[in-house]
Design a protein around this ligand. Structure first.
Ligand code: NOJ
Ligand code: CA
Length: 585
């Protein structure tokens, strides 16, 4: 294998005990393309280590409105995604999670579903969807859909019937209650800065909506709701879907007695007094539903990924299920809330999730949070920091979920004026809460107009930086953020220590450099990440870990200057530099 030849060559160059040599980025690029076929092996259902496909997979989130516009109406679509599958395969992606593409009035851009078993015409047809699945399969890419379990659109036929009369067949599919006098039934608040209860004149009652009034909550205590929703998953599994990302699972159940939530300190982002949401989020009943969803998923070798906002590891642990019978992949969203580049904070968070007992899931940005490029960037070294963050979350034990464009160093393009805002959160919350448009802008494919996303003005504007940060340009640059991502993804699929290895923190007192060892039997890789803006010296002591006379050969160094080189006693990392090296005994 080429990569092994590269290692032995590097060993020869090294000579002394722990000589580091910067591998030529061009050589890595050649490795990338020659190993693309090998990475497809990650699709096997179980491997020699008993790992399931989703444990070996790299996931990639696609916001379909913004990925690729095949019919030039300014909005991305399924045929657009299909046309980019070769790019995704070459990048090293094994599964794509498509945020909701079902019929929807688009009040919350698809998170208000009016039919769970169809495709919104703006995104294409069911035939287009079937073709996407088929073409993806040819490239060993699995499709994950987004299942909005907590609520439907107020235009869903279930809700239209439900609101029509108190005695309608679907009345009890939603949560209807009388008010307290002329006030809502209790003090619960919506997540989106509006009242959580909406009065409906027709029947003189309120319905409950944890999000927008156009997103009424389903009543999961009604067995008919549960059956219908479980059936939705069967419908898509039969069409070849490999799993679901479950939206807002924390909010499925509410206290049937509608007990008021207690006041909490401070105000929320909409300026309202806070309440501890103990009676309308994270109720234990959710676990029964997750177990039911899981039983069906298991019949189709499918994976369930959870949008799990947990306050600590104990809560996260619960989502795996007591007998590992709930979510295989609850997202560790706490990792993404480490909002500053801090070696100690990341070290703590990684160690915590590593001991949770389940398979970790790492996410650094998504369609609800500012892009990692902005959150971690210091305005000067942003590309360097983007490479550093990639070197972090793509080398940990667990499955990463990338967000489209993250591999380019795409930045937020936030609206500057209220009249430009599309996201309902921003419309309600402006100017304190500007909404999520900034992180949802079109994928940057090239230097062409609209970043090659569409011939028409896109639904959201691309930032000026698309001229430098786009697929076409970055593919040609061996030092681009994209090139680093591609190299990392090759490594993830080919290096046994990264695929199967355990995680051991190194130099735990270092305030600036996050270092760790990934080890699988005799295969070991050390990762060193300088989270500071000054050069840092690292001294590794690998002897207690069984490396009597360790030799390092560098697989990846993200900095050109100064070159990462030195001995175990004195390795130098450039500001925000990352070095990943293979260790032999
Ligand atoms: C979480 C989704 O990620 C977000 O985009 C959406 O607005 C809410 N759930 C409501 O469905
Ligand atoms: Ca389109």
């Amino acid at each position: 294998m080429l990569i092994l030849i590269a290692h032995s060559l590097l060993g020869k160059i090294g000579g002394v005990r722990m000589m580091l040599e910067k591998i030529s980025i061009t050589a890595m690029m050649i490795l990338c393309s020659s190993l693309t076929a090998t990475s497809a092996n990650a699709q096997q259902q179980t491997d020699a280590h008993g790992r399931q496909w989703w444990q070996n997979a790299v996931f990639y989130e696609i916001y379909p409105r913004s990925f690729a516009d095949s019919n030039n109406d300014g909005i991305g679509d399924l045929n657009g995604i299909t046309s980019k599958l070769d790019y995704l395969r070459e990048l090293g992606v094994d599964a794509i999670w498509i945020t909701p593409c079902f019929p929807s009035p688009q009040v919350d851009f698809g998170y208000d579903v009016s039919d769970y078993e169809a495709i919104d015409p703006m995104y294409g047809t069911m035939k287009d969807f079937d073709r996407l699945v088929k073409e993806a399969k040819k490239r060993s890419i699995r499709i994950i859909l987004d299942f909005v379990v907590n609520h439907t659109s107020n235009q869903h036929k279930w809700f239209l019937d439900s609101r029509s009369s108190k005695s309608s067949k679907y009345r009890d599919w939603y949560i209807w209650r009388d008010g307290r006098g002329d006030q809502p039934p209790n003090n619960w608040q919506s997540e989106f800065g509006v009242p959580a209860w909406t009065f409906d004149k027709k029947t003189g009652q309120y319905y409950y909506n944890y999000f927008y009034p156009q997103q009424p909550d389903l009543n999961w205590r009604n067995p008919a709701v549960k059956e219908a929703m479980l059936d939705v998953t069967r419908f898509w599994y039969k069409r070849g879907v490999a799993g679901f990302r479950l939206d807002a699972v924390d909010t499925l159940f509410e206290d049937p007695n509608l007990t008021d939530n207690p006041a909490a300190p401070g105000k929320d982002k909409f300026g309202r007094p806070n309440f501890a949401r103990i009676h309308n989020t994270k109720l234990p009943e959710v676990h029964t539903v997750l177990q039911d969803l899981r039983k069906i998923a298991d019949q189709y070798d499918a994976v369930l990924i959870g949008e799990t906002w947990t306050k600590d590891i104990a809560e996260l642990k619960n989502y795996y299920g007591e007998n590992s019978n709930e979510l295989q992949m609850p997202m560790d969203l706490m990792f993404g809330t480490v909002n500053k580049l801090s070696a100690p904070e990341f070290r703590r968070q990684i160690a915590a999730v590593d001991t949770a007992g389940g398979w970790p899931v790492f996410v650094i940005s998504n369609h609800d949070m500012a892009r990692s490029y902005n959150r971690y960037g210091d305005g000067v070294h942003n590309d360097q920091i983007a490479k550093l963050m990639a070197s972090l979350y793509l080398t940990l034990r667990g499955s990463p979920i990338m967000y489209y464009g993250e591999e380019l160093g795409m930045e937020n393009n936030d609206p500057k004026r209220k009249e430009d805002v599309k996201d309902p959160q921003g419309i309600t919350g402006w100017p304190g809460e500007i909404g999520r448009d900034g992180e949802r802008t079109p994928m940057q494919w090239s230097t062409a107009k609209n970043a090659g996303f569409s011939n028409t003005k896109p639904w959201l504007p691309v930032p000026a930086s698309y001229k430098t940060h786009n697929v076409e340009t970055e593919m040609k640059d061996p030092n681009s953020v994209l090139s680093v991502y591609r190299q990392l993804l090759v490594m993830r699929h080919t290096e046994p220590a990264l695929v199967n290895g355990n995680y051991t923190a190194l130099n735990e007192d270092d305030p600036n450099v996050l270092s760790y060892l990934r080890q699988d039997k005799d295969e070991a890789i050390v990762v060193m990440l300088n989270m500071s803006n000054t050069p840092q010296k690292v001294k590794l002591n690998l002897k207690p870990l069984g490396f009597a006379s360790p030799k390092l050969s560098v697989l990846l160094s993200t900095s050109q200057s100064p070159a990462a080189a030195g001995t175990a006693e004195s390795l130098e990392l450039a500001p925000f530099g990352a070095v990943i090296a293979k260790v032999t005994k």
